[in-house]
Design a protein around this ligand. Structure first.
Ligand SMILES: [Zn+2]
Length: 299
């Protein structure tokens, strides 16, 4: 039972407060993870403004307690208050993750711009976002990036082709069942895609399914596959903050059930890329998540 924990860090507060708590808790459990950090400015206030225009906004805010989860400073970042840098504000947190054996990859540059405007950025705008993220990553770590996880699980052909030029070990941009190779315009990309396989906690919070399971740990244990790779995405802003206790109970339960915690770079290193199925990425919607996401076709 292989479980890869994929930690997305979307905000200044997530990296400064949530990530150190997650790191400490995971290390106490003898576990490491793969961490993907938005390298540019924290414009989450704009994302929250965008949610206001969404019909399901109030219900989602209540269900996920987004304001208490994110805090007012983050909710206003990039709108009434200036956008704070994310990675550049906490280089010591990033270097601390690396020296503790965690994997650190790129979660875009401006998370909100990528998630809200990906198709409108055009190939040039997308290349600029990727190049700026790589530059920050190199400056902080002294390393070349080897992985990319798309903000909001949103990708398109231009992004796939731009990332292919970086010769990454893998991408983790989509939702799906198992690793595959992306097909764009008849071309099979060499960079394997390792999708997130489980629903995220913010998608299932407040649902009848979670209530029926009785606990977060039980909900996920019921959905973990023993015969395949499980990739579980968590957020520094959620599992690293208000949901830390629930997440610790889940990690302990997985460990007690014999889970083998792996990093995505280890998964990628074991893949026989030529044998992976080749398929296009499609757009889909998920219960509990606003708007579209990119998914493995047939997932
Ligand atoms: Zn994200």
């Amino acid at each position: 039972m292989d479980v890869a924990l994929k930690i997305d860090v979307d905000t200044h507060q997530g990296l400064g407060e949530g990530m150190p708590r997650l790191q400490e808790m995971l290390q106490a459990c003898g576990v490491t993870a793969s961490v993907y950090i938005a390298m540019g400015p924290d414009n989450s206030g704009r994302a929250i403004l965008r949610l206001f225009r969404n019909p399901g906004f109030l219900a989602k805010m209540r269900r996920t307690r987004a304001l208490s989860m994110y805090g007012l400073r983050t909710a206003l970042s990039g709108t009434l208050l200036p956008a704070r840098p994310i990675a550049a504000a906490f280089p010591e947190v990033i270097r601390g993750l690396l020296s503790a054996g965690f994997e650190v990859g790129i979660h875009g540059y401006d998370h909100v711009r990528w998630q809200d405007r990906l198709d409108r950025l055009g190939a040039e705008g997308i290349c600029t976002e990727i190049a700026k993220a790589c530059e920050v990553y190199r400056t902080i770590t002294g390393l070349a990036p080897t992985s990319f996880a798309a903000p909001g699980w949103r990708t398109n052909d231009a992004a796939g082709l731009a990332l292919e030029e970086l010769h990454l070990a893998y991408r983790s941009d989509t939702r799906g069942r198992s690793p595959y190779r992306c097909v764009i315009g008849g071309r099979i990309l060499a960079t394997p895609e390792i999708p997130t396989t489980l629903p995220t906690l913010d998608e299932v919070m407040g649902t009848p399914e979670l209530a029926a399971a009785g606990s977060v740990a039980r909900f996920y244990l019921d959905r973990i596959r023993s015969d395949a790779l499980n990739v579980h995405t968590i957020h520094a802003e959620t599992e690293g903050m208000g949901q830390l206790d629930n997440f610790r109970i889940l990690v302990e339960a997985l460990r007690d059930h014999g889970a083998c915690f792996v990093q995505l770079r280890e998964v990628a290193a074991r893949l026989r890329v030529d044998d992976l199925p080749a398929m296009p990425i499609v757009r889909a919607t998920l219960p509990g998540r606003a708007g579209w996401i990119s998914a493995q076709s047939g997932a």
